[in-house]
Design a binder for this molecule. Structure first.
Ligand SMILES: NC(=O)c1ccc[n+]([C@@H]2O[C@H](COP(=O)([O-])OP(=O)(O)OC[C@H]3O[C@@H](n4cnc5c(N)ncnc54)[C@H](O)[C@@H]3O)[C@@H](O)[C@H]2O)c1
Length: 448
């Protein structure tokens, strides 16, 4: 393929990205608030009932070439993304509720909207899940697979994937399940062989999310992790992802408070304003809030949320400004609010000659309304990655950090948390795979 040029710098020749032909099957693990809001939303958009607001793949444009070229196509027209009309959903849950019932339970979308979508939503019924209460203390699932070993369970998931594959052309899997307890990598995660031996021995270090991920990656199916679980963030999964050309990304959808943090913190750093404290608290009353009310699941979420400031502020480079930040995060389960979370941030900053100032952020957000378009974009972009020769076998898709609270990176490489750097990285990756010039924003060429 020849390299295209629109006035920007040329990138290296790239092989062609395969077109998005036929149906894209999306296997969703956990049909709760986020998943049902995504599925119902996609159907509402397909029927022309609503706009896909918040989705970069559906509404975003991408500038090509010089500013004076006036060329900014829609992303979905620039790269060969699956069309929403070709997306087919299925999934697993530990409860038997169909997607209509689960969405009604989640109370994110109003009854009137759900009623219009009911015939479609009630047809999507979850397959029995792989679940173990040891890993999510607050849930008691009944709709679960039985198996003597974790290997048996993985094989049952592989059979589910193979069956679904018969009905669609390509498959992607996304974890929208509950947050599991905090786990650290152990010997069982070190290689594919160790992991497979661990499956047979029911190793305690293998959580259900990893059994799903293993099944997906073994079948060459890309996998996104929307929760803060360890899941694919271990060498065995990275190896499997590369081996079977099944792109991965994670973890934890970047929605409310961390989204705000990764906008504000880069601004303070850009202006060399100091920060002495950042206190964040939330109230939320959905099932996610209930699960996070358990200390071990909260620990997983807390770790995921804490990292962003440390990486953005680089206290080792700027000790006078960021060495002594007191950073604290609370999540309180408060049922009356349901999915309509409220978040407060108190930020103590200091400026010229050390004079202190304060900023308060009060975000009354809707958790799943923010997360649903992220889940959709991740699914569509992972499917694109699988068809892009330069992305499909690299394992971790760092360019999707934009959507994630705790972006997965190669070992030894620090994650990029700044939302605007992440956005540039994402768009330049799209330009790169399409053989377009990258945009550096240098701008000197306009003043020659
Ligand atoms: N809502 C947000 O804005 C947001 C943001 C970032 C991350 N997340 C994460 O996304 C995940 C989903 O959030 P939610 O608000 O939809 O929660 P939810 O509780 O409404 O949905 C989770 C679903 O997963 C199911 N589940 C749990 N374990 C399972 C398993 N092993 N197999 C199959 N199904 C399983 C549960 O039964 C439930 O239906 C959570 O881990 C949450 O922390 C959500």
């Amino acid at each position: 393929m020849s390299t295209k040029q629109h006035g920007g710098q040329k990138t290296a020749e790239t092989q062609k990205v395969a077109p998005a032909k036929g149906k894209l099957g999306v296997m969703v693990v956990g049909l709760g608030a986020v998943a049902t809001t995504m599925i119902a939303g996609v159907e509402a958009v397909r029927r022309g009932l609503a706009k896909p607001i918040g989705s970069l793949t559906q509404m975003g444009t991408i500038r090509l070439g010089k500013r004076t070229d006036n060329l900014s196509p829609l992303i979905r027209e620039f790269v060969p993304l699956a069309n929403l009309k070709d997306v087919v959903f299925t999934g697993w849950d530990i409860f038997e509720d169909n997607v209509y019932e689960a969405a009604a339970h989640a109370k994110v979308l109003d009854a009137e909207t759900l009623a219009k979508l009911k015939p479609y939503l009630q047809k999507i019924k979850p397959m029995p899940a792989v679940f173990d209460q040891y890993y999510v203390k607050r849930l008691h699932g009944t709709h679960v697979k039985k198996g003597k070993t974790k290997r048996d369970l993985a094989d049952q998931l592989i059979a589910d994937i193979r069956n679904f594959k018969k009905t669609v052309d390509r498959v992607v899997m996304i974890w929208c399940g509950s947050t599991e307890i905090f786990l650290e990598p152990t010997a069982v995660h070190r290689s594919i062989e160790a992991f497979e031996a661990g499956l047979k021995k029911n190793d305690i270090g293998i959580a259900p999310s990893q059994i799903y991920a293993y099944a997906a990656l073994s079948e060459g199916v890309p996998f996104a992790n929307g929760a803060p679980n360890l899941t694919v963030d271990v060498p065995a999964m990275i190896e499997l992802s590369k081996k079977n050309a099944a792109p991965i990304c994670g973890k934890d959808f970047k929605t409310g408070q961390t989204f705000m943090k990764t906008i504000l913190a880069p601004a303070f750093k850009a202006r060399m304003l100091g920060v002495s404290g950042w206190f964040s608290t939330n109230i939320l009353g959905n099932r996610d809030g209930e699960v996070l009310d358990d200390a071990q699941s909260f620990k997983t979420k807390e770790e995921s949320k804490l990292g962003s400031l440390e990486y953005i502020f680089q206290p080792e480079l700027y000790p006078d400004l960021y060495k002594k930040i007191f950073h604290k995060i609370r999540i309180e389960y408060y049922p009356p609010r349901g999915d309509e979370k409220e978040a407060w941030d108190n930020i103590d900053i200091f400026g010229w000659l050390g004079y202190p100032m304060q900023i308060k952020v009060n975000f009354l957000c809707r958790d799943s309304i923010l997360a649903a378009p992220i889940a959709l974009d991740l699914v569509l972009f992972l499917d694109l990655a699988k068809r892009a020769p330069s992305l499909r076998s690299i394992g971790i898709q760092e360019w999707l950090s934009f959507y994630l609270k705790s972006p997965q990176t190669r070992e030894g490489l620090y994650p990029e948390h700044d939302l605007f750097i992440q956005s540039m990285k994402l768009k330049n990756t799209l330009r790169h795979i399409m053989g377009e010039g990258l945009i550096t924003h240098l701008g000197l060429e306009y003043y020659d």
